[in-house]
Design a binder for this molecule. Structure first.
Ligand SMILES: CC(C)(COP(=O)(O)OP(=O)(O)OC[C@H]1O[C@@H](n2cnc3c(N)ncnc32)[C@H](O)[C@@H]1OP(=O)(O)O)[C@@H](O)C(=O)NCCC(=O)NCCS
Length: 172
């Protein structure tokens, strides 16, 4: 299986359903990504309907050979007059059945390419301290900034530490 990554410029009901399914799968798998498990599909659909309507955030999707969405990542575009060079990465989600095949790398590369082309050269993200995702971000060139204890809850509702990462896309 190969994954194809693209910026989601318009979307269908199927896209929303598939994004919701990826989200529920990640939460079921224990990922701390703002939600608690068990996550109802209808809650995930509602979240994505709202998120995709946000004019200040972009979503990239990874599709499998059948065209179904199996992963995603979002870029929030800071709107402050002194922060137009900045973006926040979020909802880096890959369905468990396709992990380890380069989907996250391809999604982040597409996001970073867009960000570099549009002057959003300072990126930030946060992730659960000690999660697999931390290893992935380090592998992909992100720099650890620091931890905030008790910042969020795990998917099961326990307080957990969050680690912030950053990446500069400026060259030279
Ligand atoms: C984190 C996540 C997005 C990674 O997705 P993925 O498609 O499996 O990652 P990739 O296959 O693109 O791997 C990217 C790189 O990280 C490495 N990597 C992947 N998983 C890893 C792990 N568990 N430990 C160490 N390195 C890992 C890969 O080897 C690869 O490096 P390479 O291209 O140099 O070989 C996925 O595990 C996931 O969705 N987790 C649950 C949701 C979550 O926690 N998201 C992060 C929220 S902040």
């Amino acid at each position: 299986m190969t994954v194809q990554v693209a910026l989601l410029e318009s979307w269908t009901e199927d896209d929303v359903a598939e994004l919701a399914a990826v989200t529920v799968d990640c939460v079921d798998g224990g990922a701390s990504v703002n939600f608690l498990r068990p996550m109802a599909t209808q809650d995930a659909v509602a979240w994505w309907m709202s998120a995709l309507s946000d004019p200040h955030a972009l979503t990239w999707v990874a599709r499998d050979d059948d065209g179904a969405i199996v992963g995603c990542v979002r870029l929030g575009l800071a709107q402050q007059p002194n922060g137009r060079h900045r973006g926040e990465v979020g909802k880096m989600l890959v369905h468990r059945r396709v992990r380890g095949r380069g989907a996250a790398r391809a999604l982040l590369e597409a996001l970073e390419s867009w960000a570099a082309d549009h002057g959003r050269h300072r990126l930030v993200l946060d992730t659960e301290t000690g999660s697999d995702a931390e290893q992935v971000y380090r592998r992909l060139g992100w720099t650890r900034v620091g931890d905030i204890p008790d910042f969020a809850l795990t998917a099961d509702g326990d307080l957990t530490s969050t680690t912030y990462y950053t990446k500069s896309l400026l060259t030279g």
